[in-house]
Design a protein around this ligand. Structure first.
Ligand SMILES: O=C(CO)COP(=O)(O)O
Length: 260
């Protein structure tokens, strides 16, 4: 089954809303120059909350072929949760995606598998596709090998999603994030295949075959094509390189570098 490749840019806590507009304009020009076809490669950006409205307005006014996502979501619908942002608010801003379970939130905000599961459910209920991040630390890798922890995190994150729910999986080994020490394409493939096996077991063949599994961790224009050649890697979740317009545009055009 063919899955549309997906390149997602997680801006993390970078760029205010004015800088966000400038970046999206540059990316839009590059996509236009490259005659980018969104049906061939889907591209989405994940700016900070404070940028979402500006980016949404620009994308919709200029019909830019970019999807929009948020970096986090509250597991709650509404109420006394100071600082949280609900999935419904994100849906109102045309956010199609939301990242849940990023290792920076698991490590820095104590997010457990239960919280990640609740966030996935909240997003899905509001019509937003969760991008579920999983990945092992360097210590996990030594102790348990590469796939065991990400597989357990994925099982927990999807446990309460209804049958047929759409979601995206992102395999992001913690040791590869922001380090320049990217996983090899073979390592990425091995874990992404193991994650697809989890989906096959938990959700059945249709979901396993239709769900996109991304690799993230020091992805650049130099290495993206090698990941995209792997059978079970359907795209990339890009951090640092996604806030550089030229570099992100080259990543999006990975097909031009090397045939896949
Ligand atoms: O965490 C990441 C994307 O969510 C990856 O970050 P880098 O691409 O900067 O390593």
């Amino acid at each position: 089954m063919s899955r549309t490749p997906f390149i997602a840019g997680n801006w993390k806590m970078n760029l205010d809303h004015l800088q966000a507009i400038a970046l999206v304009q540059k990316v839009a020009w590059a996509l236009k120059d490259a005659r980018h076809d969104a049906s061939e490669v889907e591209v989405a950006v994940f700016p900070p909350f404070t940028d979402l409205r500006s980016v949404q307005t620009l994308i919709s006014a200029d019909k830019i072929p970019l999807g929009l996502g948020a970096q986090d979501v509250s597991p709650h619908e509404s109420g006394a949760y100071t600082g949280d942002v609900s999935a419904r608010f994100l849906a109102k801003l045309d956010a199609q995606y939301v990242i849940v379970g990023h290792s920076e939130r698991r490590a820095g905000h104590g997010e457990t598998d239960e919280v990640v599961s609740a966030k996935s459910v909240a997003a899905q209920a509001a019509g937003i596709v969760p991008v579920i991040c999983v990945g092992e630390t360097a210590e996990d890798l030594e102790e348990h090998g590469a796939a065991a922890i990400p597989a357990a995190q994925l099982r927990a994150a999807i446990a309460d999603l209804p049958d047929g729910a759409e979601f995206v999986v992102a395999y992001e080994p913690v040791w590869a994030i922001g380090t320049g020490n990217a996983a090899t394409p073979e390592q990425a493939q091995e874990v992404c295949r193991a994650l697809r096996d989890v989906l096959r077991e938990a959700c059945g063949d249709d979901t396993a075959d239709a769900t996109r599994v991304l690799y993230g961790g020091s992805v650049s224009s130099q290495n993206v094509a090698a990941y995209m050649r792997q059978a079970d890697v359907d795209g990339a979740l890009v951090g640092g390189a996604s806030i550089k317009a030229d570099e992100f545009s080259r990543i999006v055009q990975f097909k031009k570098h090397v045939a896949v």
